[in-house]
Design a protein. Structure first.
Lengths: 181, 620
């Protein structure tokens, strides 16, 4: 039992998300390659392949598929992907503790939130659509910066602020989504 | 029972015998069983050639229950003992069920799940559902000529954990080896997608008798990937009947009705609804027990008006799923219509208008779910269909979380996460020296615990004395391929770990299931023993067979001593399987499982390695 768990733990935690899918670690992502690797792996480890197998294989399959799903989800999400890359380079994003942000960004955020509240109060789906569009553009611009900082500049510590900004925007985005309901 | 043959290493064994596997659509109104024979999925009819089994169970005083058409025929006569639409009560408490005041039953409010008092005693919805499943199992066994190796049972995609667990329990109670719970719209997508070699993004609009689901799937080269699912597990064709029923009561100015008259008028309402699908108006006549006579005519326009809000209610989840999938209406290549209630013209119209295209109706909306389930069951049982191999990636429909201070919900696994999934989060203590923590697991999208569904509560005890905030309690949520949740909590800082695992069971514990199984077998020990032995033998043979093929495929991954241990465990199981001690067989199964654990882990690793290697060569 302990031997298995040790082997499983190694395979399940040691490799980076990128390594798991045979990808080079980078913020810029080849979505097609990721998707193909994900599907190729899933078609070999998914529980549906082991529904008629013994407990040991069913359990192992559940563990592996869970790990593969988690890595896939993390890589597709820009914040999680950047955070993972930074961590691989020994940089802790420390979302919770260090929340100092540039003033102009914070003002922008206040503005966004006010508009969101207005749209909510008016129950206006079109205002929400416009907000979502604006947010998407903001996110894309930050993602461009991250690509330059991480992939070309290898400035991992310098990327921390941008990752945090992106995380802020993601939060607003999920609030917009909730506002529709 | 035949002994399993093991071939010499390196020699290929005889081709596997096809395992009999079935797909079961356990519907609110009707249920079906289907299977794949020589590559074709088909619904198995009853002895009279009828494919549907009305999901109606009538309990009798001194005999076994009537299920299906015979129960349906007597429903108005014996409403209290004739349970219809039991699916609405699965995994539900009394306060969760809509229109419960109109249901003519003698309800008993039990913790977790409502129960019904009948002439045959108090019955849980799980037991009632098991009666339906048992009839379908027998039908399949007679039709296929032998025991069923496994079954896939479908559930509405929007079913929560309690409803899923209840469905799986019902399967177990009916003596089925439940290979998987499969979401109904996903099953429909398999049947539709394989039939039409469909590629692209599709929506499945599934309006059944009691539930509504909307799933969005991406179909690409043999992969069915659910990208978002949404719905309402308390909305279906029954609600349309209910509206017509209320209209009748209002128009005919009827006083409060007896259970029998209620059921009679509900049946009349349903008939009128179905008639209106093909006609401009329907006449409703009924003689009540009060000797009042109802004689009304309802036209299409009135019917559309009184049900307009119901149709509109389905469109909210459609928009929500599109938003969750980050897709626009124009990204959807087609809308597959599933469920008998989608036959109503006003539903077809509303869906057509929203998606700006005609819905796809080329499959029988009553059968498509069972057919898809049969195809999936066939694959899961290990019968690789010729030239067909697909992968199914499904999601959880509702977010899972924990209650935190102030009755708020901390979401741990968000909705539309691909399953299987696990997520861990750390919590800490609130007071100095706090020795225990209690956890409340909930499911739903709302921020307040009171607005979500309570799944389970459990406690972690034995936390060593520490200052407030010093303990590190890691709570892990694991959702398996059936969409079922287990939660564990572990305290780590002290090095002394405490852990607990809960499987939410909604008032139906393992002991309850066992009691019900015993009841079903008339307390007969012999039957129980025979059944346990048969189960262990099937399980043992399955494991031996799986191990043989794993050894054939990957023997190179095994060090000699491990191989020896596995061979020994196999030989032991092999020697016990023909004997009659089911406990010894069970132990040998566990021992073999244990012996193959490290091997199984290496095989998964190897699978990933091969997947990546294959891809690199392929892309060169």
């Amino acid at each position: 039992m302990s031997k298995t768990n040790a082997a499983a733990a190694r395979a399940l935690t040691s490799s980076s998300h990128f390594e798991l899918f045979g990808l080079a670690p980078a913020f810029s992502l080849d979505r097609d390659s990721l998707e193909r690797a994900y599907r190729d792996i899933q078609s070999r480890v998914h529980p549906d392949r082991f529904a008629a197998s013994g407990d040991a294989e069913r359990r192992a399959s559940l563990q592996w598929t869970t790990r593969v799903n988690e890595a896939y989800r993390a890589l597709r999400n820009p914040v999680q992907r950047a955070k993972h890359l930074l961590e691989l380079h020994g940089v802790d994003v420390a979302f919770e503790t260090n929340t100092q942000m540039p003033t102009d960004f914070l003002l922008q955020q206040l503005d966004l939130r006010e508009e969101l509240d207005r749209a909510k109060a008016k129950k206006d789906a079109r205002l929400l659509d416009a907000l979502r569009e604006r947010l998407r553009a903001d996110k894309e611009s930050i993602e461009g910066k991250l690509e330059a900082l991480i992939d070309r500049g290898h400035d991992y510590a310098g990327a921390v602020d941008e990752v945090r900004k992106l995380m802020f925007l993601e939060k607003v985005e999920s609030e917009i989504d909730q506002a529709y309901e | 029972m035949a002994l399993l043959q093991i071939s010499e290493p390196g020699m290929s064994p005889a081709p596997h015998e096809q395992r009999r596997a079935v797909g079961i659509d356990l519907g609110t109104t009707n249920s079906l069983v289907a299977t794949v024979r020589s590559g074709m999925a088909s619904v198995l009819p009853d002895a009279l050639g009828r494919p549907l089994l009305p999901s109606i169970v009538r309990y009798l005083k001194d005999a076994g229950p009537e299920v299906g058409y015979s129960a349906q025929a007597r429903q108005a006569e014996d409403p209290k003992n004739t349970i219809v639409s039991v699916k609405r009560f699965m995994g539900r408490g009394l306060k969760d069920v809509a229109h419960i005041e109109n249901a003519p039953y003698d309800f008993v409010d039990a913790p977790g799940m409502v129960q019904i008092r009948t002439v045959c005693g108090v019955k849980s919805p799980v037991e009632v559902s098991a009666e339906i499943l048992r009839v379908l199992r027998k039908r399949a066994e007679e039709s296929l000529g032998g025991e069923i190796a496994g079954a896939v049972i479908t559930v509405p995609a929007y079913f929560d954990d309690a409803q899923r667990q209840a469905t799986k329990d019902a399967g177990r109670l009916a003596g089925l080896n439940v290979l998987r719970l499969l979401n109904e719209p996903t099953a429909a997508a398999i049947a539709y997608g394989l039939d039409n070699a469909a590629e692209g993004t599709y929506a499945v609009y599934d309006l059944g008798g009691g539930t509504f689901d909307l799933s969005i799937l991406k179909l690409t080269r043999g992969v069915f990937e659910v990208v978002a699912t949404s719905g309402d597990s308390m909305l279906g064709g029954d609600d349309f009947d209910q509206r017509v029923f209320c209209w009748i009561v209002e128009q005919a100015k009827l006083a409060p009705l007896s259970a029998r008259d209620t059921r009679l008028l509900l049946v009349k309402a349903r008939e009128a609804k179905e008639y209106l699908t093909f006609h401009g108006e329907a006449r409703i006549t009924a003689r009540l027990s009060t000797s009042e006579f109802v004689d009304l005519v309802i036209d299409t326009e009135t019917f559309c008006n009184i049900t307009h809000t119901l149709v509109q209610k389905t469109l909210g989840p459609v928009r929500k799923a599109l938003r969750d999938a980050r897709l626009a209406v124009d990204d959807i290549k087609g809308v597959v219509m599933v469920g008998g209630a989608t036959r109503m013209p006003q539903v077809q119209r509303a869906v057509g208008e929203l998606f700006r295209r005609d819905p796809l109706n080329n499959l029988d909306p009553d059968k498509v779910v069972a057919l898809g389930a049969a195809m999936q069951a066939n694959v899961l049982a290990g019968n690789k269909p010729e030239g067909q191999d697909w992968l199914l990636l499904d999601v959880i429909p509702l977010s899972l979380g924990l209650e935190t201070m102030g009755g708020l919900v901390e979401k741990i696994v968000p909705r539309n996460t691909t399953i299987p999934a696990a997520k861990a989060q750390e919590f800490t203590t609130f007071k100095d020296g706090q020795a225990g923590m209690s956890f409340h697991v909930v499911q739903g999208e709302r921020e307040l615990v009171a607005d979500c569904r309570s799944l389970a509560r459990f406690e972690l005890k034995g936390i060593p004395p520490m200052a407030a905030g010093a303990a590190r309690v890691r709570v892990t949520f694991q959702v398996d391929a059936d969409g079922l949740l287990s939660v564990s909590a572990k305290e780590g800082t002290s090095g002394r770990e405490a852990s607990v695992t809960v499987k939410p069971s909604y008032g139906l514990g393992d002991a309850d299931i066992e009691r019900m199984l015993r009841d079903a077998f008339d307390h007969s020990r012999d039957d129980m023993h025979a059944r346990a032995l048969a189960e262990q033998r099937v399980e043992g043979e399955r494991l031996l067979e799986a191990t043989v093929s794993a050894l054939e495929a990957d023997a190179s991954l095994l060090p000699a001593e491990e191989r020896a241990a596995i061979d020994q465990a196999m030989a032991r199981l092999q020697s016990l399987i023909g004997k009659t001690d089911h406990r010894a067989i069970k132990q040998a199964i566990e021992a073999l499982n244990h012996a193959t654990e490290a091997f199984a882990a290496r095989r998964m690793d190897e699978g990933i390695r091969r997947a990546l290697a294959g891809r690199r060569i392929g892309s060169l």
